[in-house]
Design a protein around this ligand. Structure first.
Ligand code: SAM
Length: 378
């Protein structure tokens, strides 16, 4: 049964905040922008569509995202040129890595064309950006080679179960697991590895799949696939999140360690979301992303750009900063760049750390409505 009080029409999201103004004092693009907590801006996630062909209950539940759901009209979406312009300006402020997400990014028509444009961008010191994409894998077998040829370097594939019945139930569109596995194979063959495979763990739903997933990816792909376990998060307002459905990462590690001993690894880069572990026998690596039980806001260097050009400073934000009027008005690159710099300098978000102190929002309507993950991406 659709509960209309939980539906956040995309067109309403972020309207509480006026369009972004160009600051009076310009913020130069020094490549070293810091927010109020001293955090740099190094990662940009761009949502290229609010549509998805899966209906995972924890993300786009079928009763809310049904045939009557109002997606963004095409004219509202940023064009590839607008996204590329913004990406170039973000690179001037220190962004080194761009992740395309959604919705399902491979549903956006000619996504390869966007990747080609992004691949031309250089950092102030002349390096190309790291370009990656998160996908549910459903179209990957068909598209992997073209994505690589366009300039994509890596992919992250979301996969919550190897058991076909469990997987079909979780994606809620009866999509077979074999096609996602074929997508992973194709991406490896195309040179998009090492691949990260992300599994959202829901207690009581797919926790029995933790060990089969570890066994499969270890034995089939070794170090070429890094399996990562994500704690089920209280993002958005439509998934009916409950704390008792979260399986803490510490439990995941204990279960795997009992069969395959693990040793902790250092973070590869500052601000990395996953804690990394290696199989002690050299069989590869896994990771855990513990945004519920171990908040990592203190070094969060990620900004998120929604499909229609709103800048979100936190996955749990309730509103975004609307950059689209600047892009579609007469603002110069310097104006837009200054606006971005000014917004980041004012950033103090640390939702997950505060939740750890105050306790989670159990969806009782007391907390402000958070934006949906399908709208700003993972
Ligand atoms: N469609 C693409 C995909 O499936 O990877 C990209 C968008 S999807 C929103 C990005 C990631 O967010 C997926 O790995 C998905 O499992 C994860 N995700 C969505 N809702 C979540 C939640 N409530 N808790 C944890 N992860 C979630």
């Amino acid at each position: 049964m659709k509960n209309s009080s939980t539906v956040i029409p995309i067109s309403a999201v972020g309207h509480a905040q006026p369009a972004v103004a160009v600051p009076h004092v310009p913020v130069p693009a020094t490549g070293n922008l810091l927010d109020r907590l001293g955090r740099p801006l190094t990662d940009l996630r761009i949502s290229v569509t609010d549509r998805c062909n899966f209906r995972c209950s924890y993300c786009m539940p079928k009763d809310v995202f049904d045939k009557d759901y109002q997606y963004l009209p095409h004219s509202a979406l940023l064009s590839f040129e607008e996204m590329t312009r913004l990406a170039r300006l973000f690179a001037g402020h220190g962004v080194r890595k761009i992740r395309l997400t959604g919705g399902e990014p491979l549903l956006r028509k000619n996504i390869e064309g966007l990747i080609e444009q992004l691949a031309q961008i250089r950092t102030p010191t002349g390096e190309p950006l790291a370009l990656t994409l998160t996908t549910n894998g459903s179209l990957l077998a068909r598209k992997a080679a073209a994505l690589e040829a366009a300039g994509l370097q890596r992919v992250t594939v979301s996969l919550d179960s190897l058991d076909d019945a469990v997987f079909r139930h979780m994606n809620d569109v009866d999509f077979p697991v074999a096609d996602v596995l074929a997508g992973i194979d194709a991406a490896l063959a195309a040179g998009l590895g090492p691949i990260k495979v992300n599994m959202v763990v829901k207690r009581g739903t797919n926790e029995q799949e933790i060990l089969p997933m570890a066994r499969y990816f270890r034995s089939h792909h070794g170090a070429r696939v890094v399996l990562r376990f994500i704690e089920y998060m209280d993002v958005g307002a439509t998934n009916g999140w409950r704390m008792d459905e979260v399986l803490p990462s510490a439990d995941v590690i204990a279960r795997i360690h009992a069969e395959f001993p693990l040793v902790p690894l250092e973070a590869a880069t500052p601000g990395e979301t996953a804690q990394r572990w290696a199989y002690a026998d050299g069989g590869g690596e896994i990771g855990v992303i513990s945004s519920v039980t171990q908040a990592f806001c203190h070094d969060c260097s990620r900004a998120r750009l929604s499909t229609e050009g709103k800048l979100y400073l936190c996955l749990f934000a309730t509103s975004g900063h609307d950059l689209r009027p600047l892009l579609r008005g007469s603002a110069s690159d310097g104006d837009v760049s200054s606006a971005i710099g000014h917004i980041w300098q004012g950033r103090a978000d640390r939702y997950s750390e505060l939740r750890a102190l105050l306790g989670p929002d159990e969806g009782d309507g007391k907390a402000p409505r958070r934006v949906e993950m399908s709208y700003i991406g993972g």
